[in-house]
Design a protein around this ligand. Structure first.
Ligand code: ARG
Length: 461
């Protein structure tokens, strides 16, 4: 039997494989709420414009409400024969209210309908992700507050560089996730135009008012060009691009958590709630959540590549290729949400090991730069020369297997006679971090201020 939707022209039904490759209901059923919200707005507009009678409009809205309730209660029977969410909803609507159901699709096509549904879905998802990122920032800020003066080694090349504070390190991620939030906000602002009214591609001969549907659905305005309206998926690319950047940040923080949890580091520990054991090695506590969050970026960047590849070279306007946007989009969004939630959980769960962090921060001549800076400030050496003098002192200490502050004054003066006793004051990790009060620097006093600033900048709105 031919499809009821285009049965006029068709005598035969589709081949089995045609139905299989064509059907999207398996995944686009996730758009049911957006699809029905769009239909309600479209129906109201048709009534207001005198295209539908008020009576039909009421029946349609009643029917749509019932369809929605059936889907939400799990009673709805989705059919692959009906291809996608649009036909499934429309068919059920007509079953419930009769032929008036067939009037809903006046001045509309599945092309502007799907463009609308995906736009609404991405917008809803952005709103959710925004809140989740804010929550993650709140968790990081709380931790930074707690560990504002906890000293740890700062690394470059993963080699001990200079002492920093754990709070300062965590606040770096607060900034990253803040930029991520603003990228999502930018994407939201740009996507917030309604494609409804474009119909199949060229617009509609009916006296429709796209401004009405746009307003009803919370859009800034209708899209200016009908061809663009049905073929634009920029906002999907943009969303996944913002998701990719966020996933990169999550991955970097995850990697640090994995490193910090490892036995050679022992900077932090995660509780039973965020680790798993091994089936063979009884002593193991593996940071699986961090590892999985570290890996999610693969799927998300994969989705970005998929979307760009699907859309590249696609002639205007709609092509069924575009149906392939949904699975990568959904997967990217799901992966992102999972990653953010897991990270928020880990940040709230983790416990630092300040003694261990301080011990590692004190080793490996991490205060060498402080000595060089002291030589510049107190002795008046040019920085290059101070660097050289310090390098020699580090060499002497390393040969003896001792820290810089264990060198005697005589040993130091043998290299640079103008060194005096006050040098020892800068050779501790506490002095090192306390001295770094320059704007954006790691000093505990700065972290306390950064925490207060961040609460205002990121959490008060
Ligand atoms: N399921 C389709 C999609 O996801 C809906 C639009 C179908 N339009 C069409 N002309 N076949 O893109």
């Amino acid at each position: 039997r031919s499809n009821t939707m285009w049965g006029g022209r068709y005598k035969l039904g589709p081949a089995e494989i045609m139905e299989k490759i064509n059907a999207s209901i398996g995944f686009d059923r996730r758009l049911y709420a957006q699809d029905i919200a769009g239909s309600v707005a479209h129906c109201d507009m048709l009534v207001a414009q005198g295209i539908l009678t008020a009576k039909d409009g009421r029946a349609i809205k009643r029917g749509l409400a019932q369809v929605k309730a059936e889907i939400e209660s799990g009673k709805f029977k989705f059919s692959t024969k009906l291809e996608d969410i649009h036909f499934n909803v429309e068919q059920r609507l007509t079953d419930i209210i009769g032929p008036a159901g067939g009037r809903l699709h006046t001045a509309r096509s599945r092309n502007d309908q799907i463009a609308l549904d995906v736009r609404l879905w991405v917008r809803d998802t952005i709103d959710k992700v925004e809140l989740m990122l804010r929550d993650l920032q709140a968790a990081l800020i709380d931790r930074a507050d707690q560990y504002s003066s906890t000293i740890m080694p700062g690394f470059t090349h993963l080699q001990t560089a200079q002492p920093i504070t754990f709070g300062h390190h965590l606040m770096a991620y607060v900034e990253m996730f803040g930029r991520d939030r603003s990228r999502f906000a930018d994407c939201r602002a740009r996507l917030n135009e309604s494609p409804l009214g474009a119909a199949a591609l060229a617009g509609s001969p009916h006296p429709i008012d796209p401004r009405k549907t746009a307003k009803a659905l919370g859009f800034e305005r209708p899209m200016a060009n009908s061809l663009d309206a049905v073929s634009d998926r920029d906002y999907v690319i943009e969303f996944i691009s913002a998701a990719s950047t966020t996933a990169v940040h999550l991955s970097r923080l995850s990697e640090e958590i994995v490193i910090w949890c490892s036995a050679p580091f022992r900077f932090i520990s995660l509780s039973d709630a965020f680790t798993t054991g091994s089936s063979i090695m009884p002593q193991k506590r593996n940071p699986d959540a961090a590892e999985l969050t570290r890996a999610k970026v693969g799927r998300i960047v994969g989705a970005f590549v998929a979307l760009c590849t699907i859309l590249k070279g696609l002639p205007l306007t709609y092509g069924k290729d575009m149906q392939e946007d949904k699975e990568p989009l959904f997967d990217a969004a799901d992966s992102l949400e999972l990653g953010i939630a897991a990270m928020t959980g880990m940040i709230r769960d983790l416990k630092a090991n300040p003694e261990r962090m301080r011990a590692v921060a004190s080793a490996d001549y991490s205060v060498a730069t402080d000595l060089a800076d002291w030589l510049v400030r107190k002795v008046g050496l040019p920085f290059r020369q101070a660097h050289h003098v310090t390098g020699r002192l580090v060499g002497i200490a390393a040969d003896k297997g001792i820290d810089l502050d264990k060198l005697s004054l005589e040993e130091m003066q043998a290299v640079e006679p103008k060194i005096d006793r006050s040098v020892y004051r800068v050779l501790t990790v506490e002095a090192s971090v306390n001295a770094r009060k320059s704007l954006g620097g790691t000093a505990p006093a700065n972290v306390v201020r950064a925490v207060a600033d961040a609460r205002r900048r990121f959490l008060d709105k």
